[in-house]
Write a protein that binds this ligand. Sequence first.
Ligand SMILES: Cc1cc2nc3c(=O)[nH]c(=O)nc-3n(C[C@H](O)[C@H](O)[C@H](O)COP(=O)(O)OP(=O)(O)OC[C@H]3O[C@@H](n4cnc5c(N)ncnc54)[C@H](O)[C@@H]3O)c2cc1C
Ligand code: SF4
Length: 481
Amino acid sequence: MGDIQGFLRYGREPKNKQAASQRLQHFKEFVEPWNEQQYHEQAARCMDCGVPFCHQGCPLGNKIPDFNDAVYRGQWKEAWEVLKSTNNFPEFTGRICPAPCEASCVLGLNNAAVNIEHIELEIAERAFQEGWEHAIVPSDDTGYRVAVVGSGPAGLAAAEELRKQGHSVTVFERDEAPGGLLRLGIPDFKLDKTVIDRRIELMQRAGIDFCCDTEIGNDISVTELEERFDAIVLCVGATVPRDLPIPGRSLSGVHFAMDFLSHQNRLISGKVDRISSELNAKNKKVLVIGGGDTGADCVGTSNRQGALCVTQIELMEKPPEERTVTNPWPEWPMTLKTSSSHEEGVARDWSVLTKRFIGEDGKLTGVETIRIRWTDKAKFRYEEIPGSEEVIECDLAFLAIGFAHHEKSLSTLFGLELDPNRNVKTTGFKALKKTGETSRSMIFAAGDCRRGQSLVVWAIAEGRRAAMAVNNSLEKAALQA
Ligand SMILES: Cc1cc2nc3c(=O)[nH]c(=O)nc-3n(C[C@H](O)[C@H](O)[C@H](O)COP(=O)(O)OP(=O)(O)OC[C@H]3O[C@@H](n4cnc5c(N)ncnc54)[C@H](O)[C@@H]3O)c2cc1C
Ligand code: SF4
């Protein structure tokens, strides 16, 4: 800890964001770095706590006080070495992580938390600029072949860790390019896709093979995969969206959020050459159903496309602005979140139930809603408030109400057991927090397909643990041979 009074001397610096009116003109990232002095001061706010709760908050166990201290001393390379030791892709988490570490930062007890995520991003960017981050080609080849199915953050982390151990690694991806939801779900204004390309290039140079446009279970059978590889890691995500089977669902203009977001991302990357009129919000009234992050991404994308107006509704009640006594630090704060997309313009409403989609000539014109009163949130019980019916006029409605589970066709083909939430069940190892082997030997699972819809940071953490589990099993097999 460099400055023992840093947390008293300096306040939390906000991010340097382009003004909303400016950033709405484009789909590029809009957060600029601070200057050197600002990083020095923000890192000085870290108290190097005896019990650093940020560790407990971070699923990767990032050594946060250590890299904060190195940044305070201007030792950026040292900071990078500390950061990279626990996080394969800080260039992703530094941009898009909701930062559970900051939610549990001890300073957050009576002050604003340390700006951990933004410091992390700068460390990662400097590492790429300075060439400290480079491809690591293992000196020995174990001769084992491992297939990773799915190239989201879980698959990428597993692949990188497995390659470091000297295994021959092939990543299979059914989409046209690697990245999973990083590439096709998360908008470019939050994560520029060149950031993913830069990482994939390093992984390829380290010797990892990427087979895109290849669906396991369709283009390559599971039998063939099992014959060709010694171990398989399934990182196929939880891609089945929750639907809203109410009257009018089939009207044109009602879409899953992911159809809208992936289309825009493909448009930017040049994979589709023109915007589909069905998925174009320009001059349209947009309703986003679902108040979470995916919904916020639809808000930001609709506004950039030139929507006339955007409304976002949510079934749950409006969260409080501050923590309540039943939600104290260091728990994840169940408070109102205002994302950068919300800052750009949206009408938000809570405790609203969607009753039916209304249309004319097969086209959506509005959505009928009714207000609700929650009677028992724990048991998901609510009652409708009579007389509160309303029609929200809209030409486009996006369903952003979460994802149910993974696509079960693949786990069925492999004959895997599922858990009660329809995720792939893993027996695992206690120390690895149950991220390990599935019900079949030498088949492993990690990320959203194992834990359900979650976060990039969790996917990376699970990919790392699955790789460790694979490695342990291969080592055991080698000893027994
Ligand atoms: C719109 C949106 C925005 C989000 N924003 C954030 C955010 O800001 N911050 C955050 O932390 N989290 C965010 N998330 C959540 C985060 O993206 C996921 O938790 C994370 O990507 C899960 O990683 P994964 O590797 O398990 O799966 P995924 O990223 O879903 O990747 C799974 C991959 O497997 C491939 N696949 C599936 N089946 C097969 C098959 N049979 N053969 C070959 N390939 C296959 C899929 O094509 C896909 O590429 C967001 C999610 C969405 C939908
Ligand atoms: S909890 Fe906050 S103040 Fe304490 S070590 Fe971690 S980042 Fe620093």
